[in-house]
Design a protein around this ligand. Structure first.
Ligand code: UFG
Length: 343
């Protein structure tokens, strides 16, 4: 059995679909602070399969311990053998305003989780890290060996968690961890049943675009038109959420085979500007998207895209969906669920 923390969230729910389709049994642990349990009903609709669910905040060590006792006492085939850890606060700007909450939630949660794993001798861990650990990249494409630096408390919590896992792997030769550094996840499942469900006004580009496209948000502001790029706007490596979820299946296979802690980029390796995303969105949906170019947003790197060689060679995984699928699928989800799961 695979324990998925944060399995009701955006990346979590798409990964749960892929896990179930691979025949894995899944236990989701989520505190529902930033996600809806309705996502799991939708997962059931897509896959026709059930998941176990426990509503627990990872900061509550006692409650978490009870979950492990319950699921590790079961018959062998249903015991937890691997943990995929998504549950964390994830808004960069909010983390700057509320650093303590971010350090508390994102580090105490994972430490409690790792203590439970230690108690029950569970050795396999897949961690939802981020390309944010690269700070302002020195060069692109970014290789996994590039230096790490934090530009926000959020980024710092990702680096701290990576370091905790690297140190456990040094101390325990049977421990296996994979650190997945996501670039910019966008899109939604083809069914339109699960997708990103941001609270309030989205900070990220694609949910803002789809919200503006259905008239729920004012026109898009493009942050900065004077960057040294082909059209003056920032370059990012957008990756379809279903490709990203499949990257976790590749990581699951690998983490069960190897020992030690290893980092992999999950991106497409292709950089696109904000204006290229707008064009692709208009082309794939037929919806015109008014925008204005405004001042740069503080803290934005000019360009950020992945080297995908290591993941291709060692995980045998490569993203396959293009930018038009990313835009179209995100838009379809938004049209079908204008208020996310809350309607
Ligand atoms: N952008 C706009 N207008 C908007 C929102 C975004 O022009 O309303 C631009 C940004 O300036 C940037 C690009 O769109 O150039 C992408 O911005 P996002 O906020 O969607 O994504 P970021 O690359 O800033 O951040 C993402 C994740 C973070 C992660 C980071 C580094 O959201 O969690 O990548 O990998 F830390």
């Amino acid at each position: 059995m695979v324990l998925v923390t944060g399995g009701c969230g955006y990346v979590g729910s798409h990964t749960v679909v892929e896990l179930l389709q691979e025949g894995e049994s899944v236990l989701v642990v989520d505190d529902l602070s930033n996600a809806s349990k309705k996502s799991l009903e939708r997962v059931r609709q897509i896959t026709g399969k059930e998941v176990c669910f426990e509503q627990v905040d990872l900061k509550d060590a006692k409650a978490l311990g009870k979950v492990f006792d319950k699921y590790c006492g079961k018959k062998a085939g249903d015991k937890i053998d691997t943990v995929i850890h998504f549950a964390a606060f994830k808004a960069v700007g909010e983390s700057v305003k509320k650093p303590l909450e971010y350090y508390q939630n994102n580090t105490i949660g994972v430490i409690n989780l790792l203590f439970c794993m230690q108690k029950h001798a569970i050795k396999n861990f897949v961690f939802s890290s981020s390309a944010t650990v690269y700070g302002v990249p020195e060069r692109c494409p970014i290789e996994e060996t590039a230096g790490r630096s934090a530009l926000s408390p959020y980024g710092a919590t990702k680096i701290i968690t990576e370091d905790i896992l690297l140190d456990i792997a040094k101390a325990d030769k049977d421990f296996s961890a994979i650190l997945l550094r996501y670039f910019n996840p966008v899109g939604a499942h083809k069914s339109g049943l699960i997708g990103e469900n941001p609270k309030g006004i989205p900070n990220n580009l694609m949910p803002y675009i789809t919200g503006a496209a259905i008239g729920k948000l004012p026109p898009l502001k493009v942050f900065g038109g004077d960057y040294p790029t082909m059209d003056g706007t920032c370059v990012r490596d957008y990756i379809h959420i279903v490709d990203l979820a499949k990257g976790h299946i590749a990581a699951l296979k690998k983490v069960r085979q190897q020992k030690g802690a290893v980092a992999y980029n999950l991106g497409t390796g292709k950089g696109l500007t904000v204006l290229q995303i707008i064009q692709a969105f208009e082309k794939s949906t037929g919806v015109s998207l008014p925008y204005t170019i405004v001042e740069r947003r503080e803290g934005d790197a000019t360009e950020c895209y992945a080297s995908t060689t290591k993941a291709e060679q060692e995980l045998a995984w490569k993203a396959s969906l293009g930018v038009e699928d990313m835009c179209k699928d995100h838009y379809d989800w938004q049209v079908k669920n204008p208020n996310g799961y809350n309607d």
